[in-house]
Write a protein that binds this ligand. Sequence first.
Ligand code: FAD
Length: 486
Amino acid sequence: MAGSSTAEKHFRFVVVGGGISGVTCAEQLAFQFPKEEVALLTAAPFVKTVTNLRQVSKTLEDFDVEEQPSTTLEEKYPNLKVIHSAVKGLHAKQHVLQTEDGHNVHYQKLCVCTGARPKVVIKENPHVLGIRDTDSAQEFQKQLSKAKRLLVIGNGGIALELVYEVEGCEVIWAIKDKAIGNKFFDAGAAQFLIPSLGVEKPEKTLPCKRARYTINKATKPKAAELGSALGPDWHQDIRLRGAEEISHNVHVEYECEIEAIHTQQDFMQSPCYTQNSDLGLWPVYAQLTSGKVYGCDFIVSATGVIPNSEPFLQGNNFELAEDRGLRVDEHMQTSEPDVYAAGDVCSAGWEPSPLWQQMRLWTQARQMGFYAARCIAAHELEEATELDFCFELFSHITKFFNYKVVLLGKFNAQGLGADHELLVRCTKGMEYVKVVLSRGRMVGAVLIGETDLEETFENLILNQMDLSSYGEELLNPDIDIEDYFD
Ligand code: FAD
């Protein structure tokens, strides 16, 4: 039960982080242990809750994310207490957390769900922005409204969304790969999507159905970098429009990275200026490894994330993955006793199913938070747990360039080497279907557009049926594949 002294607080269960993973974990613990007080410690003034969860198929799920004041959560679970304070340290042996505002929070079981922050290529440069939370998205919008040209670096989900959504501003998109979006799909799918960048965006006819909690100045987080990662459709209620009267104007610079960034003054004095004096006057200039130089109003760095594991490391023995994530085993336990981790801050350290991989996405944040709570409960009750079914098959549903995108299993033939073949069906502007086969069995798929194939393909991947005899017929549009394998 909770202690009452102001400096010392005692809880049986403590979860750190008010994002999707932390809130899911805390809710589940509060639900399973209604007589125990569960504490949710978070640096942000609001929490993220999952609403309208829809099970699209066995493993595919879609949901909305709402930012809510913590009172909503406390009203729903009277035994759940939200404490707004950032954690600055952990003494894992003593089972106590230290908060920025001077509290010691004692726990029996702890789950760390502190997410990740943008890996900004050039740090502390006022011309370079990373986008992660509501604050940084608002800063981006402010800078964009006055901008004529923007440079985006990175080739992941955030960059893909940004370059498509921004209007009224020229976008130079610098990627280090040969094709766009290679974290999610291959060059074929990239070719399918690229024309969308050259046409007018369809008018949004439907209002955004996701309710939002708007943060007023008084409740803004003190440390802006500690806010939760944005939820689905984060850009829908902010206007991503620059200062020009144009729709899309995106130019992709392939196979390059940033070599140097110069302010206007530096640039004019640099040797680079002599060859590039015709670039015009811009607040900042980016020199790319391809040799090209672009002047622009500002730069967005969307080059991945770094797990927020630092506050927990000093004085403890956490095993870290290469990406600085807290390594967890198949029970979401870290290498420190009674400390679990879930969501973006953790790195899956178990031997994964051949059809699953970790990706820092909100579906996995929710699944991990839920499963971590189940593991904590099972350990407390001395019951056995088995790895959740959701970790059998990687599945993700999202939208890119206004197309529905479903990714299943080893959708990019990850880790398969030469041991695979691909089947592709593509109708320009309509759909792109790619199937990854290994030894005659389906191990992954990319479905772009309204293909209606997700359930059938998910089943074929899960049951590992030998499909060798079907060959290319598998993607024959004249065959109703759903009926065929029924
Ligand atoms: P977070 O949501 O980041 O929550 C971390 C929480 O920990 C926050 O509440 C924070 O305040 C708190 N915290 C941090 N440090 C401390 C501390 N020291 N003390 C106390 N509290 C602390 N995923 C998708 O699946 N699809 C997408 O299209 C997609 N688009 C994205 C677009 C953007 C712009 C961004 C930034 C991310 C996107 N993601 C997307 C990724 C997705 O948002 C994350 O994977 C997911 O939100 C991670 O959830 P989390 O709970 O692990 O972490």
